[in-house]
Design a protein around this ligand. Sequence first.
Ligand code: KG4
Ligand code: ZN
Length: 331
Amino acid sequence: MSKTVTILGIETSCDETAASVVVNGREMLSNVIHSQIPLHKEYGGVVPELASRDHVENIDRVVGLALSQAEKTLEEIDAVAVTYGAGLQGALLVGLSFAKALAQAINKPLYGINHIRGHICANYITHKELEPPYLCLIASGGHTAIVRVDTFTEITPIMSTFDDAAGEAFDKVARVLGLQYPGGVTLDKLSKNGQAIYKLPSPLVNGGFSYSGLKTATVNLIHKMTQQKQEFKMEDICASFQKTAIDGLVSAVKTQAGILGLSKAAIAGGVGANSYLREEMKKLNGVQVFYPDLKLCTDNAAMIASCAYFLINAGFPPSGGDLNAAPTLRL
Ligand code: KG4
Ligand code: ZN
């Protein structure tokens, strides 16, 4: 393989059809994302069957756009990378089948990528100088964990959630407040005009995270005040929930960085786009914090292509033709 490795990444694990061309894991030549938000909005969440169909309708166009925006032809692609888990089975299968067929047609290796590991790699695109070891906070709609990134391909889990993910709790509270899907980002915006006046349970429990308790307590508070016809400002609920949810993450990063003696911490996943999280992380003394660009926090294919580069660089073999979708794939 030539010194310059150009990878086409494909991502269809949930509600974004995405494709991207990345050189040597760090240089993003294109990043095309077709969002299905308008499609799922009226249902208040992702409808798996609709997601799969929409991926089928858009994947060819999205991949074509990623190549043309990168000014690359298929002949110039060295490998195809695709998310094979975790995610929605039907949605994953669309990207996987497409990537398999494409890799075979152009006679190039195929790399199946773990979506969550992909989120971590988004940092390598934004921060050209970032190298392991570092601590990484992963907070998305499906995962909440802190890991030690030992090398570009090896990770040691440090702590994780016992139940819900942080993003899942943001989405649920937003739904109960009647905010439009996807609620996390709206809740973040409303919090700016609110005061964190309500006391809610911390998500830090027994050396891990629990977002189920915080979620339920917030939902119960909303229901109680509504039933008792108490006046409340929705923004105050948002700010109280957000402060509690995020303070737990920041405090865990601080503690673990101290215990492990790490001076660098990266953020990965959609909740990494949260403005309060970004502000609070800046205040950590002695820990240099890295975030992906906002566009690379939520689902994209550039992070998938980047991840494949580091696997190739470390000598990992390509995936076989029997690579299957793994909806519940873990870190
Ligand atoms: O990483 P991601 O795009 O998809 C998964 O892999 O799950 O993360 C999506 C999650 C959603 O739960 C969404 O509400 C949350 O990230 N999210 C946010 C913000 N932007 C996205 N949560 C809090 N504040 C935000 N600004
Ligand atoms: Zn994701």
